[in-house]
Ligand binder design. Sequence first.
Ligand code: ARG
Length: 457
Amino acid sequence: GATKLWGGRFSGATDPLMEAFNESIHFDRRMYAADIRGSRAYARALHKQGILTADEQQALDRGLAEVLAEWEAGKFKLRPGDEDIHTANERRLGELVGAVAGKLHTGRSRNDQVATDMRLWLRDEVQRLAAFLRELVAVLTTRAEADIDVLMPGYTHLQRAQPIRWSHLLLSYAFWFQQDAQRLDQFVPRVSQLPLGSGALAGNPFQVDREWLARELGFASVTPNSLYGTSDRDFVAEFLFHASMTMIHISRLAEDLIIYSSAEFGFVQLADAYSTGSSLMPQKKNPDSLELLRGKCGRVFGGMSGFMMTYKGLPSTYNKDMQEDKEPMFNAVDTLSGSLQIAAAVVATLKINPDKMRASLTSDMLATDLAEYLVRKGVPFRQTHHISGAAVKMAEDRGCQISDLSVADLQTLHASFGDDVKQIFNFETSVDNRSSIGGTSRATVEAQIALLRKWLA
Ligand code: ARG
């Protein structure tokens, strides 16, 4: 017991099973740099209060720099009993600088320390993820620009609905990811509140200058209440939600492309670099990258709901249950970071088959346009919907396309049909008619591209 950081009041040894159960070092070691950054700032804050002499502060600073260098070089040696990243760093600091290491933790608790480390770590990771999101938006936008002439069926209920530009679909994904990036940006000030200087729960008795610490560590503000500062993990839950939402978007994009890459659709073909074969069937090319993008959602949602279960009903303030916050956070960061990069690569290298997309357009998809033709002649839409439906039925009964019906045929359904109705049966006209903001016309798709370009710049 006495060898432990907290061993003073203990006489019995910890059960080895309990040691293994209790330790978090195998995952929280990832925060070594954040932990050392926080400690170096804290040592300076203690010096400002006269708790540490300049020599002591400098000794700690040099020691902590050395501990950091060991981690970076892969030379940090964990010892049995290194319970978590905080105890491991402090233990090593003591070996390097001697007894003065024991002054670092003055007024500090692992409770304000761990919350600070996590917020520091996550704040930087979130900015990296936002950059990957912007990259994905850029790839989708570039592709939308290049493929602007390609038309395809748009679907609702996975049934052919209306012709759209392929670019329009790509841009719909881009706007999802733009929103995701904006949500992460808006999250930054919330994750960026400094708990350090909250002590174990009640506050810091040495008047450390928390505002100064926040500036030193690049935090936007200080947590205004020490109980809140040590017990709050809302930022973890919020991040897990943002990660889940982005994974949903990635998964829906993946699902579309999986469907479109089946032989039955044949709209897109995945690059070899992101597909795999079958060990049995030589002809197979499977969209494994897309299936993993879709499948990996599960672990991120699971992490979110699992963590919320843990968090619910915890008494104020710190409880060891909270150690369970890190693995879902790390996992969500890793899964999201990998997924965003793969999604961007898949989209950038995707081959499309514009002829196949085009061949899937059928003139019944212009039935709405036919109804709208009559609207322009002054017929109320509800009526035109009915009339166009009757035209679809007439074509179906005759085993032809609605575009094969003659003007005379159509006139049996309504007197307002004229020769100009033939212009309706043109897919380009159909898409370019949808030219209100957000529509699939060339001009409004170009406007979307311009919006995203401006946002990316
Ligand atoms: N490893 C712990 C965690 O991740 C650090 C905080 C421990 N604090 C405590 N009072 N036991 O939550």
